[in-house]
Design a protein around this ligand. Structure first.
Ligand code: SF4
Ligand code: SF4
Length: 189
């Protein structure tokens, strides 16, 4: 009796096993052909960071270091400096200070997002960019220039004074819009 059950198992187990293989052969293939095909991530995927700008091009980062303090992996390094108005001064952000040095070490970062939660000005956010591999350690320490958002139309490369628009409130509500370029002499475009 035990011998016949053993024979049955010896015969049916491989058949059942190959049955799984056979069924799977006709299922839709889910393999992604990365890096030849890059599929979009989920909209809220936490990828590479970005340092954002105000609509006149000034930087939102005020060099407060709260992001660095919030980081559990000690991946952020910030050095703040003072904005100075006047003929010899330079202004990079609204307010007193800006982030003169800003680095994120992607050898340490675990993309947890705690830093963007800590940022009081929404200067720091995360993009969907996930291609963060490299073949040497130095290139994985991103500098401020690697992280700053690009200048959009109407933005001006800092340093420059705050282009307030109607008033401070309009500026901080992102209601500032760059003045239209002047038309030919004596005309209003
Ligand atoms: S995502 Fe997390 S680990 Fe990476 S820099 Fe921000 S707080 Fe640090
Ligand atoms: S990114 Fe935000 S939290 Fe970090 S230093 Fe700049 S303003 Fe402060």
């Amino acid at each position: 009796m035990a011998e016949s059950r053993g024979m049955k198992e010896q015969f049916w187990d491989p058949v059942a096993g190959f049955g799984v293989t056979f069924r799977t052969m006709f299922r839709k293939v889910v393999t992604e052909q990365y890096p030849f095909e890059k599929l979009p991530t989920a909209p809220r995927f936490h990828g590479r960071h970005q340092l954002n700008r105000w609509p006149d091009g000034l930087e939102k980062c005020i060099g407060c270091e709260l992001c660095a303090w919030a980081c559990p992996a000690d991946a952020i390094y910030v050095e703040g400096d003072e904005n100075r108005d006047g003929p010899d001064g330079e202004r990079f952000s609204p307010g007193e200070r800006y982030g003169r040095v800003y680095q994120i070490n992607y050898l340490r970062c675990i993309l947890c997002g705690l830093c963007i939660e800590a940022c009081p000005t929404r200067a720091l956010t995360m993009t969907n960019e996930y291609e963060l591999a490299d073949n040497n350690r130095a290139d994985l320490i991103y500098e401020k220039s690697d992280l700053l958002a690009p200048l959009l139309p109407g933005m001006e490369q800092p340093p420059h004074p705050m282009r307030l628009g109607d008033d401070d409130g309009a500026y901080y509500r992102n209601a500032y819009s760059a003045p239209a370029p002047a038309g030919p002499e004596g005309t209003t475009p």
